[in-house]
Write a protein that binds this ligand. Sequence first.
Ligand SMILES: O=C(O)[C@@H](CO)OP(=O)(O)O
Length: 206
Amino acid sequence: MTRTLVLVRHGQSEWNMKNLFTGWRDVELSAQGEAEAKAAGARLAERGFKFDIAFTSALKRAQNTCQHILDATGQSDLKTVRNQALNERDYGDLNGLNKDDARAKWGEEQVHVWRRSYDTPPPGGESLKDTGARVWPYYMHEMQPHVLRGGTVLVAAHGNSLRALIMALEGISGEDIVKLELATGVPMIYRLNADSTVASKEILSA
Ligand SMILES: O=C(O)[C@@H](CO)OP(=O)(O)O
Protein backbone atom coordinates (compact mmCIF):
# COMPACT_ATOMS: atom_id res chain seq x y z
CA MET A 1 0.00 0.00 0.00
CA THR A 2 1.40 3.38 -0.93
CA ARG A 3 -0.51 5.86 1.32
CA THR A 4 1.13 8.86 -0.32
CA LEU A 5 0.52 12.56 0.18
CA VAL A 6 2.26 15.02 -2.13
CA LEU A 7 2.22 18.64 -0.95
CA VAL A 8 3.24 21.47 -3.27
CA ARG A 9 3.32 25.19 -2.63
CA HIS A 10 2.14 27.04 -5.76
CA GLY A 11 4.76 28.40 -8.15
CA GLN A 12 5.91 32.00 -7.74
CA SER A 13 2.94 34.38 -8.01
CA GLU A 14 3.01 37.89 -9.48
CA TRP A 15 2.80 39.29 -5.96
CA ASN A 16 5.57 37.00 -4.65
CA MET A 17 7.64 38.49 -7.45
CA LYS A 18 6.71 42.03 -6.39
CA ASN A 19 7.36 41.21 -2.71
CA LEU A 20 3.77 42.02 -1.64
CA PHE A 21 1.76 40.39 1.14
CA THR A 22 -0.84 38.34 -0.71
CA GLY A 23 -3.03 36.29 1.63
CA TRP A 24 -6.48 35.74 0.10
CA ARG A 25 -5.90 38.11 -2.85
CA ASP A 26 -6.43 36.05 -5.99
CA VAL A 27 -3.32 36.83 -8.04
CA GLU A 28 -1.87 34.99 -11.06
CA LEU A 29 1.28 32.90 -11.26
CA SER A 30 4.23 34.80 -12.71
CA ALA A 31 5.95 33.39 -15.82
CA GLN A 32 8.57 31.92 -13.47
CA GLY A 33 5.79 30.43 -11.33
CA GLU A 34 4.22 28.76 -14.37
CA ALA A 35 7.62 27.28 -15.23
CA GLU A 36 8.13 26.08 -11.62
CA ALA A 37 4.73 24.38 -11.61
CA LYS A 38 5.43 22.64 -14.93
CA ALA A 39 8.88 21.56 -13.73
CA ALA A 40 7.38 20.16 -10.50
CA GLY A 41 4.92 18.17 -12.60
CA ALA A 42 7.71 16.90 -14.86
CA ARG A 43 9.74 15.67 -11.86
CA LEU A 44 6.71 13.86 -10.45
CA ALA A 45 5.94 12.37 -13.88
CA GLU A 46 9.55 11.21 -14.21
CA ARG A 47 9.13 9.36 -10.94
CA GLY A 48 5.97 7.70 -12.28
CA PHE A 49 3.48 9.46 -10.01
CA LYS A 50 -0.22 8.94 -10.79
CA PHE A 51 -2.67 10.61 -8.42
CA ASP A 52 -6.04 9.28 -7.29
CA ILE A 53 -7.43 12.71 -6.38
CA ALA A 54 -6.17 16.28 -6.10
CA PHE A 55 -7.02 19.03 -3.64
CA THR A 56 -6.38 22.72 -4.02
CA SER A 57 -7.53 26.05 -2.60
CA ALA A 58 -10.08 28.55 -3.90
CA LEU A 59 -7.25 30.69 -5.29
CA LYS A 60 -6.03 30.48 -8.87
CA ARG A 61 -2.27 30.46 -8.20
CA ALA A 62 -2.73 27.11 -6.40
CA GLN A 63 -5.36 25.84 -8.85
CA ASN A 64 -3.15 26.58 -11.85
CA THR A 65 -0.17 24.92 -10.18
CA CYS A 66 -2.34 21.87 -9.53
CA GLN A 67 -3.46 21.76 -13.16
CA HIS A 68 0.10 22.07 -14.51
CA ILE A 69 1.13 19.10 -12.36
CA LEU A 70 -1.84 17.01 -13.47
CA ASP A 71 -1.16 17.91 -17.12
CA ALA A 72 2.43 16.71 -16.66
CA THR A 73 1.37 13.39 -15.14
CA GLY A 74 -1.13 12.86 -17.99
CA GLN A 75 -4.11 13.34 -15.69
CA SER A 76 -5.59 16.63 -16.89
CA ASP A 77 -9.14 15.52 -16.06
CA LEU A 78 -8.49 14.05 -12.63
CA LYS A 79 -11.08 14.85 -9.97
CA THR A 80 -9.86 18.01 -8.24
CA VAL A 81 -11.50 19.37 -5.12
CA ARG A 82 -11.21 23.12 -4.50
CA ASN A 83 -11.83 24.41 -1.02
CA GLN A 84 -11.07 27.69 0.71
CA ALA A 85 -10.01 25.76 3.83
CA LEU A 86 -6.69 25.36 1.96
CA ASN A 87 -6.35 29.07 1.16
CA GLU A 88 -3.31 31.07 2.18
CA ARG A 89 -3.35 32.58 5.67
CA ASP A 90 -5.41 35.80 5.60
CA TYR A 91 -2.87 38.60 6.03
CA GLY A 92 -5.54 41.12 7.07
CA ASP A 93 -4.37 44.73 6.93
CA LEU A 94 -1.00 43.65 5.48
CA ASN A 95 -2.55 42.34 2.24
CA GLY A 96 -1.16 44.28 -0.70
CA LEU A 97 1.64 45.98 1.29
CA ASN A 98 5.26 45.65 0.27
CA LYS A 99 7.15 43.43 2.75
CA ASP A 100 10.19 45.75 2.86
CA ASP A 101 7.93 48.79 3.44
CA ALA A 102 6.26 46.89 6.29
CA ARG A 103 9.69 46.16 7.83
CA ALA A 104 10.62 49.83 7.54
CA LYS A 105 7.36 50.84 9.24
CA TRP A 106 7.01 48.23 12.01
CA GLY A 107 10.56 46.81 12.30
CA GLU A 108 12.15 43.59 11.12
CA GLU A 109 11.35 41.65 14.30
CA GLN A 110 7.63 42.52 14.39
CA VAL A 111 7.15 41.66 10.72
CA HIS A 112 8.98 38.35 11.19
CA VAL A 113 6.67 37.51 14.12
CA TRP A 114 3.60 38.28 11.98
CA ARG A 115 4.95 36.21 9.09
CA ARG A 116 6.33 33.16 10.85
CA SER A 117 5.16 32.87 14.48
CA TYR A 118 2.56 30.33 15.49
CA ASP A 119 0.02 32.38 17.37
CA THR A 120 0.54 36.09 16.75
CA PRO A 121 -1.88 37.25 14.02
CA PRO A 122 -1.02 40.15 11.73
CA PRO A 123 -3.42 43.09 12.30
CA GLY A 124 -6.90 42.05 11.17
CA GLY A 125 -5.63 38.68 9.86
CA GLU A 126 -5.05 35.05 10.81
CA SER A 127 -2.23 33.59 12.87
CA LEU A 128 -0.76 30.28 11.74
CA LYS A 129 -2.77 28.73 14.57
CA ASP A 130 -5.99 30.21 13.10
CA THR A 131 -5.01 28.88 9.67
CA GLY A 132 -4.34 25.44 11.15
CA ALA A 133 -7.77 25.48 12.78
CA ARG A 134 -9.34 25.32 9.31
CA VAL A 135 -6.66 23.32 7.46
CA TRP A 136 -6.26 20.44 9.90
CA PRO A 137 -9.95 19.44 10.23
CA TYR A 138 -10.25 19.65 6.45
CA TYR A 139 -7.22 17.36 6.09
CA MET A 140 -8.57 14.90 8.66
CA HIS A 141 -12.06 14.67 7.18
CA GLU A 142 -11.52 15.11 3.45
CA MET A 143 -7.96 14.20 2.51
CA GLN A 144 -6.55 11.74 5.02
CA PRO A 145 -9.22 9.07 4.34
CA HIS A 146 -8.07 8.88 0.70
CA VAL A 147 -4.46 8.49 1.80
CA LEU A 148 -5.20 5.84 4.41
CA ARG A 149 -7.17 3.83 1.85
CA GLY A 150 -3.87 3.49 0.00
CA GLY A 151 -4.30 6.42 -2.35
CA THR A 152 -1.84 8.90 -3.79
CA VAL A 153 -3.14 12.38 -3.09
CA LEU A 154 -1.92 15.69 -4.52
CA VAL A 155 -2.36 18.91 -2.52
CA ALA A 156 -1.45 22.18 -4.26
CA ALA A 157 -1.81 25.00 -1.75
CA HIS A 158 0.07 27.88 -0.11
CA GLY A 159 3.11 28.64 2.03
CA ASN A 160 1.24 29.06 5.27
CA SER A 161 -1.67 26.66 4.77
CA LEU A 162 0.97 23.99 4.08
CA ARG A 163 3.15 25.08 7.03
CA ALA A 164 0.08 24.59 9.25
CA LEU A 165 -0.57 21.15 7.76
CA ILE A 166 3.09 20.06 8.02
CA MET A 167 3.24 21.28 11.61
CA ALA A 168 0.45 18.89 12.57
CA LEU A 169 1.64 16.04 10.32
CA GLU A 170 5.18 16.09 11.67
CA GLY A 171 4.35 17.21 15.21
CA ILE A 172 6.47 20.39 14.94
CA SER A 173 6.26 22.71 17.95
CA GLY A 174 5.03 26.32 17.88
CA GLU A 175 8.62 27.36 18.60
CA ASP A 176 10.20 25.35 15.78
CA ILE A 177 7.61 26.15 13.11
CA VAL A 178 9.08 29.68 12.94
CA LYS A 179 12.04 28.20 11.02
CA LEU A 180 10.04 26.29 8.41
CA GLU A 181 10.14 27.98 5.00
CA LEU A 182 8.63 26.35 1.92
CA ALA A 183 10.02 26.96 -1.55
CA THR A 184 7.60 27.58 -4.41
CA GLY A 185 6.90 24.66 -6.74
CA VAL A 186 8.83 21.99 -4.83
CA PRO A 187 6.90 18.75 -4.17
CA MET A 188 7.16 17.23 -0.70
CA ILE A 189 6.35 13.52 -0.72
CA TYR A 190 5.00 12.02 2.49
CA ARG A 191 4.43 8.29 2.91
CA LEU A 192 2.13 7.52 5.82
CA ASN A 193 1.89 4.51 8.11
CA ALA A 194 -1.46 2.75 8.57
CA ASP A 195 -1.91 4.64 11.87
CA SER A 196 -1.60 7.94 9.92
CA THR A 197 1.84 8.85 11.27
CA VAL A 198 4.58 9.88 8.82
CA ALA A 199 6.74 6.97 7.62
CA SER A 200 8.99 9.06 5.37
CA LYS A 201 9.38 12.45 3.75
CA GLU A 202 11.21 13.31 0.57
CA ILE A 203 11.68 16.74 -0.98
CA LEU A 204 11.72 16.62 -4.77
CA SER A 205 13.94 19.61 -5.52
CA ALA A 206 15.10 20.53 -9.01
O1 LIG B 1 2.21 36.98 1.07
C1 LIG B 1 1.76 35.87 1.41
O2 LIG B 1 0.56 35.59 1.37
C2 LIG B 1 2.72 34.81 1.93
C3 LIG B 1 3.09 33.79 0.92
O3 LIG B 1 3.55 34.31 -0.27
O4 LIG B 1 3.89 35.46 2.34
P1 LIG B 1 4.78 35.08 3.59
O5 LIG B 1 6.02 34.45 3.03
O6 LIG B 1 5.05 36.40 4.23
O7 LIG B 1 4.02 34.20 4.51
